[in-house]
Design a protein around this ligand. Structure first.
Ligand code: ZN
Length: 202
């Protein structure tokens, strides 16, 4: 399986990192080795001093498809979850300055966490709130209504380039409020006000 991520899909988040608002979705990928397994702690890697959380709605693809038309995109997934795209921001900043690819800052081991997945019918995908608490204090919150590119558009756009396969995950981008994590943090994710994960940081 592969993990497709979307950068800059919320205008306020693009601004907080001094990025322009894109006129088409910006994609990058993580390999399956990036997955942080459930109930495992997130270990801050030695090569970075600044790992940020990025809390994101995650789509699980359950059908093979390519060149998917937006109006048919809903047929390619039936479950969603909440995840964190862990990002070594200090490393990413250097890579961006050099105009190098981002992989080592974004796709390292443990950098992709996803909760369990739930039937999409349980949610209003156009108005889906989510949040991250850190040590029982609100750290980041968002709502799918603020996405620049909606889920069906993301599926259509990325399937122009990459054949989607059963089990692939799409991380749909993070809202404003990303921040650095610290050792001993407890991160708790809520999807539509229901707790769906807890991660300990080491
Ligand atoms: Zn992200």
């Amino acid at each position: 399986m592969k993990i497709i991520c979307v950068g800059r899909n919320y205008a306020e988040h693009a601004k907080e990192l001094n990025n322009d608002i894109p006129d088409s979705p910006m994609f990058f990928m993580k390999p399956d080795s990036a997955i942080l397994r459930k109930n495992m702690p997130f270990v801050i890697p030695a090569f970075t001093n600044e790992v940020h959380f990025e809390t994101e709605i995650v789509i699980k693809i359950d059908r093979v498809g390519k060149m998917i038309q937006p109006q048919f995109a809903h047929r390619y997934y039936s479950e969603i979850g909440l995840g964190i795209d862990f990002t070594a921001r200090d490393v990413q900043t250097v890579l961006k300055e050099k105009r190098f690819p981002w992989e080592i800052s974004k796709a390292f081991d443990g950098s992709a966490f996803a909760s369990d997945f739930y039937p999409k019918e349980n949610y209003d995908l156009d108005n889906l709130s989510f949040r991250l608490d850190r040590n029982q204090t609100l750290a980041q919150e968002g709502n799918s209504q603020d996405m620049i590119f909606k889920i069906d558009t993301l599926i259509a756009e990325c399937s122009k380039y990459f054949t989607l396969k059963k089990g692939d995950l799409i991380y749909t981008g993070t809202p404003v409020g990303v921040a650095k994590i610290h050792s001993k943090d407890i991160l708790e994710g809520y999807l539509a006000h229901e707790k769906v994960f807890e991660i300990k940081v080491l």
